[in-house]
Write a new protein. Structure first.
Lengths: 464, 433, 388
């Protein structure tokens, strides 16, 4: 694999200070935000596209795997170097190259932190909607590679709805451009869409052109309480059917509410079956009208309480519970599997029921929350990985969770990606032909298999 | 504290880390270095690897743990509640035990233990400082005549004058209240930087206390709070200093122990727990730790704010890390400022982000601490205010260095100085009526 | 197989068999285009394959076969208070879903609702090898595996045949109003676009026809530039918007046109003989559109060719009309492409792919490599002289 000659070649490209091989570095770069770890052989930190291309050429010449990395906050093991090789940290490419206000296009390097883009776009009077909860840390490159989502996905869409152009370094070191900076639609196979969500297995993305939109004039937030989770889910369906597409529709089940209340102690309704956090945005007259109509629908569906925020502070307050979910979970148990099973929206109650059964079966807390508006749920299995028995049960519960998702006609991942974590189930969802097709297209782009090997369609463990 | 026990405690903390990476957006070191191996997450990860036998406690690892300001922002923002501050402290201690600490630091910490010697050294330092440091024309400080990289002195760094007479040499040990009747006795723990470099802030503290009717005791036996030592991993020196302070403060009695430095206050209130675990001094410490108040807390709780007079200053405030996150004091100074007539106040962006001093950090990593400080000063200057007020003399020192280097006219004052000036104005206004 | 009459196909298994047979016998198979004169290949027609498979009103989702016409799909949706946004104007109403996807999912309402391709949630494809696979799924958010839903549907890519499309529907808007105006100059047209761009919400669609194209496609001669646009949303919002429109019109001297305000039908433009219509080739930001049209006019005059431009001006999709046989346009198209690029725009590569021998470049090489795996004998829509 790696020897001192190759390391010297790498040093010649990026400089001694940006080739890291200390044992501590290899450990530090062995994981993303999942529990699994696998060490790279070296960490390389290129400064720009040309350095990236040069590094890739060296890797190609010596058949060294390359695993790209942004902020390393991914939830599917995408940035984990399963086969060693080079961990390519892309965060030095962190310039926002251009924000074209008139044409509403942003062109950025992959290491730009998403929140930095959102902030700069806002300063220019524009909105970049995809808002994964990691947006203060995660990078655009990572978001594009995983096709990240976020609460705003219901109304505005996810990362792929905004990518119109990509420049990338292919596995042989050549540089290609796909899409365009106007509308992203080109003739021929949709390469931009193939690369978005390709999780680092196709190429190293070195520049991204993104669509921006006009920010909404006003936004209203409401918190709605229900005795039964089904009623909350019904509200979601009825709202969409009535012609209103809210900006955000977050749902929390009872066990989730209890966990958050134990952490925050702000007087959440711990006997409620479910809570909906709803946001509508747009033109003032429409927002007023929609809020009224939604309130009516909520009550029709059995809501016991509807709280509408009147000021920005009140809105922030309503969001507190939702934002406290992650830390609240941390207080219940130190380890977790935070999944993103996605099903057709109307099946949210069904999924919840099945999670409750799973909870009992494996005697572990499985808390339910998620983006109810698009069926992208986040069932989270909580356990203590120091306890072998608990971990075994958690692993089994996780497997069953995926089966349930597929059985309900859903998809394994709504926003976290397949990576390493869900790869054993990929073929079960795509089918044999689809799985082979995935392998075929990746092989065409990366015949030597150096781009993030061991993930997705090239997972080397047992497939279900 | 034996190493295995420390490593066990570290392991308990480390398992909570969900590796989410949220600490990347608030660690001041990471925000400048942009490198995963400077994040708090990386420290938890390394300790996990130590636990699992994948990494050793090497000098290389010690260096990485040294590259942390101990600003506690990570702990305050950690969703999983990982006590990164304890983790880093314990890791540094374990690493120091294994590898020792740099000689210069070792000498300095040992020196700290010898209170009278330390005092003599610094006082004579004020006599001889001109040999090594030349004074800046605007009177704000000195710069080294030649670089001392090991001691963090680059030739552009502005350091303050050592006071010709430290605070504790200027004042008696006991100062009576200036009011006819005394409300009680408080003990003033001065801390080193205030004592040797900014005694005027200490005088302000004493003025506030005595004018508000409190007898002030400044015990002679107090020594360095020990933070520079124990945050570098030298728990032994830290413990000796802690024990000396506890003995002194217990003897001094008093209703409250007043600090004017977040680091000293946090040490006396909380940090000593790690040093004193399993020792005889633990209980005596617990008996007095509850008496510790920062001067701004004391003023808000026990002084008459209506006596504050008019002070037409334009002010912004920097939250010292150990005051806001170590002692939970941040609304108090602001509440007091609101009560001062004529004062204009503007909040700076990221007021509670570290100024980059980090105690010995700025010595070991001067350029990095400068970059962190530059962001703080950009935010301060953006407020358009004329005075930057803060409650820590180390922050003051580092901020002053930065302001000098960028030719800023902004002045720096200790919170106590502002309060004292306002009270003085109040007294003047009353005598006029 | 009858060389003249196309073969009707109405099921995946049929299609799979045909492809398997075609591979074995090395017979070309054509779909969504005519076969070249003299070829003994087979032309397929999926027009009878048009029964809706599943209509999940609750989840705003419908599963359709390739032969269903867009207008028929939209009518079914409308009956439930829903709509398929790309089918909600007359522009492509007579295209089948399969053909619509084959052309790149054109969406006149992209300005407000996003690209047409994002209304696909998934589907099933039959490859020229005879293999079949589902892609995507029924969920609105889906990042599982690669985005084959869109990759395979790439315009004129011919990697596979869509045999099932899972489509996202939207609610019908509560209210809509359409405008049909004429402005004198391109600058005025841009002014109008810019004014609408500055509004909090864009129109559902905006379509522009210059004098030449407008006169060609319309009932009567057009004296200036014609712009059609629609506002949709809640009634109060639309009426408020409408009030602002009067001021906007004054600012660009717009006159309300007579006649019906609706988009022309675009589906069969490119089939016309002795004329050359090229949709979806040129992408020019609207801020540069005036310069673009001036330059194109100059090129046309120089070449002595009558022609015009039209399209979704606000989104930068500019289409071309040339009053020439398609065999004689290569130079002009190339020159116009240069102009588009110079102004910060782009070309989609459609002309090169369909009329000029096929795509070139690194990505094209990769495309061909992938295609060979899915079509070993190269029988599906093989490149070559195609006349329509």
């Amino acid at each position: 694999m790696l020897n001192s000659t190759i390391v010297n070649e790498l040093v010649a490209v990026v400089g001694r200070g940006h080739v890291l091989q200390a044992p501590e570095d290899l450990i530090i770069y062995s994981n993303d935000a999942t529990v699994v770890s696998s060490k790279p052989e070296v960490v390389v930190q290129p400064a720009n596209r040309d350095e990236v291309a040069a590094v890739v050429k060296i890797a190609a010449a010596h058949q060294i795997p390359i695993t790209c990395r942004g902020a390393g906050t991914g939830l599917s093991g995408g940035a984990m170097p399963v086969k060693g090789g080079i961990a390519l940290e892309m965060t030095r490419l962190n310039r926002i190259l251009k924000i074209d206000v008139a044409n509403r296009v942003a062109i950025v390097e992959p290491g730009v932190i998403t929140f930095a883009l959102t902030t700069q776009a806002a300063a220019a009077g524009l909105l970049y909607p995809p808002d994964p909860s990691s947006l203060k840390e995660s990078t655009i490159g990572g978001n594009v590679a995983e096709c990240a989502g976020g609460p705003k996905g219901v109304k505005y869409g996810i990362t792929r709805n905004f990518v119109i152009g990509i420049e990338a370094v292919l596995a042989d070191g050549s540089i290609v451009e796909m899409g365009n900076d106007v509308d992203g639609d080109m003739c021929g196979p949709d390469w931009t869409m193939l690369f978005t969500g390709s999780e680092g297995t196709m190429a190293v993305i070195t520049r991204i052109s993104l669509r921006l939109v006009r920010p909404p004039q006003v936004k209203k937030t409401m918190l709605v309480v229900y005795d039964k989770l089904e009623d909350a889910a019904e509200t979601v369906s009825m709202t969409m059917k009535s012609g209103i597409i809210p900006t955000t529709l977050e749902i929390m089940g009872n066990s989730c509410i209890v966990a958050v209340e134990n952490y925050l102690r702000i007087g959440l309704p711990v006997n409620a079956g479910g809570i909906l956090l709803i946001e509508v945005d747009g033109v003032p007259s429409t927002v007023e009208e929609n809020v009224e109509r939604i309130e009516e629908i909520c009550k029709q569906c059995g809501a016991t309480e509807v709280k509408i925020a009147r000021t920005a502070e009140e809105a922030e307050d309503l969001w507190r519970a939702r934002r406290a979910i992650a830390p609240a979970f941390g207080r219940v148990a130190p380890s977790k599997y935070a999944e993103d099973s996605t099903i057709p929206r109307s099946l949210v109650p069904e999924l919840t029921k099945r999670m409750l059964i799973l909870e009992e079966k494996y005697n572990l807390p499985i808390l339910i929350c998620g983006h109810a508006g698009d069926g992208n749920m986040h069932p989270t299995i909580l356990f203590d990985r120091r306890d072998k028995d608990q971990t075994e049960r958690a692993d089994k519960a996780l497997d069953e969770l995926h089966w349930i998702t597929l059985e309900l006609g859903g998809t394994l991942s709504g926003e976290h990606g397949i990576g390493f974590a869900k790869a054993p189930f990929l073929r079960a969802e795509t089918g044999a032909v689809g799985y082979q097709m995935g392998r075929d297209v990746k092989t065409v782009l990366d015949p030597a298999g150096i781009m993030n090997p061991g993930k997705m369609f090239f997972f080397e463990g047992e497939l279900h | 504290m034996n190493q295995q026990k420390m490593l066990d405690e570290i392991a308990q903390e480390v398992v909570k880390c969900s590796r989410c990476g949220n600490c990347r957006s608030i660690c001041p070191v990471f925000l400048v270095e942009n490198n995963e191996n400077t994040t708090p997450r990386s420290k938890a990860r390394m300790m996990e690897a130590v636990r699992d036998g994948e990494l050793e406690l090497t000098p290389g690892m010690q260096e990485r743990f040294g590259k942390c300001l101990f600003c506690k922002a990570c702990k305050a923002n950690c969703g999983a509640g990982v006590a990164t501050d304890s983790l880093i402290l314990e890791a540094r201690a374990a690493l120091a035990e294994r590898n020792g600490i740099p000689l210069l630091k070792k000498m300095a910490f040992t020196g700290l233990r010898y209170r009278k010697l330390f005092d003599f050294f610094l006082r004579s330092g004020s006599l001889f400082q001109g040999l090594v440091f030349k004074k800046l024309p605007d009177g704000r400080g000195r710069i080294a005549r030649f670089p001392f990289p090991g001691a963090g002195l680059s030739v552009r760094r502005v350091i303050p004058d050592l006071a010709s007479r430290p605070l504790r040499s200027r004042l008696d040990n006991v100062i009576k209240a200036k009011t006819p009747a005394s409300k009680g006795k408080v003990v003033f723990f001065t801390g080193c930087t205030l004592n040797y470099i900014y005694p005027q802030a200490g005088e302000a503290v004493v003025n506030i206390l005595t004018n508000n009717g409190w007898d002030v005791v400044i015990p002679e036996g107090q020594c360095c709070c020990g933070t520079p030592a124990f945050t570098s991993g030298d728990l032994d020196s830290g413990r000796l200093l802690a024990e000396q302070n506890i003995k002194t403060l217990t003897e001094a009695g008093g209703d409250y122990i007043i600090t004017a430095c977040g680091t000293c206050g946090a040490a006396l209130q909380h940090e000593y727990a790690l040093l004193l675990e399993g020792t005889d001094s633990l209980e005596p410490w617990q008996a007095i730790s509850g008496k510790v108040l920062d001067i701004s807390q004391f003023v808000l709780q026990h002084c008459d704010l209506s006596q504050l007079g008019s002070l037409p200053l334009k002010v912004t405030y920097h939250d010292p890390c150990h005051l806001v996150r170590g002692m939970n004091v941040s609304t108090e100074p602001r509440q007091i400022f609101q009560r001062i007539p004529g004062m204009e106040y503007a909040e700076m962006k990221d007021a509670d982000r570290c100024c980059g001093a980090g105690g010995t950090f700025s010595a070991t990593y001067y350029e990095l601490s400068r970059q962190i400080n530059d962001k703080k000063l950009d935010n301060a200057e953006a407020t358009g205010m004329e005075v930057l007020v803060t409650g820590c003399s180390s922050c003051r020192m580092h901020i002053t260095d930065g302001l000098c280097q960028r030719g800023s006219t902004m002045k720096v004052l200790h919170t106590a100085e502002v309060i004292d000036m306002a009270y003085a104005a109040g007294r003047k206004e009353q005598t006029k009526c | 197989m009858d060389a003249v009459n196309p073969k009707m196909v109405t099921s995946s298994s049929e299609l799979q068999e045909i492809f398997q047979w075609a591979q074995q016998t090395k017979t070309s198979v054509y779909l969504y285009r005519d076969k070249p004169a003299g070829s003994n290949g087979v032309v397929l027609d999926l027009g009878d394959w048009n029964k809706i498979e599943q209509f999940d009103v609750d989840n705003l989702m419908v599963i359709v076969p390739p032969g269903l016409l867009l207008k028929d799909l939209n009518n079914v949706a409308a009956a439930q208070g829903l709509r398929f946004v790309p089918a909600d104007t007359p522009a492509f109403a007579n295209l089948s879903i399969g053909e619509w996807a084959h052309r790149g999912c054109p969406n006149p309402s992209a300005w407000k609702y996003g690209a047409g391709k994002h209304f696909l949630l998934g589907g099933s494809y039959v490859f020229p090898s005879g293999d079949m696979t589902p892609v995507g799924g029924k969920c609105i958010k889906n990042v599982t595996g690669y985005d084959f839903t869109r990759f395979l549907t790439g315009p004129y890519a011919d990697l596979a045949v869509g045999v099932q499309y899972i489509i996202k529907l939207m609610p019908q808007p509560a209210f809509r109003t359409t405008y049909d105006v004429e402005v004198e100059s391109m600058d005025d047209a841009i002014k109008l676009v810019r004014a609408l761009q500055d509004r909090p919400v864009p129109p559902a669609y905006l379509f522009w026809l210059d004098k030449t194209v407008g006169s060609k496609l319309g009932q009567e001669a057009q004296s200036g530039h014609r712009i059609l646009f629609e506002l949709d949303g809640n009634e109060a919002e639309v009426l408020e918007y409408a009030q602002a429109i009067d001021d906007i019109f004054a600012g660009c001297k717009a006159k309300l046109a007579t006649g019906d305000a609706c988009l022309p039908e675009l589906a069969s433009l490119e089939e016309r003989q002795n004329e050359f219509w090229l949709l979806d080739e040129f992408k020019v930001p609207y801020t540069e559109a005036a310069k673009f049209t001036t330059e194109v006019e100059r090129l046309l005059n120089k070449a002595g060719c009558i022609g015009g431009l039209f399209g979704q001006l606000a989104d930068g999709k500019i289409h071309l009309y040339l009053e020439r046989d398609r065999k004689d346009v290569a130079d002009l198209v190339a020159a116009i492409a240069v102009v588009a690029r110079q102004l910060g725009g782009a070309v989609s590569g459609k002309y090169q792919r369909i009329y000029n021998g096929g795509p070139t470049g690194k990505l094209a090489e990769l495309e061909m490599a992938f295609k060979r795996r899915m079509d070993p004998e190269g029988i599906f829509n093989p490149p070559g002289e195609v006349s329509r």
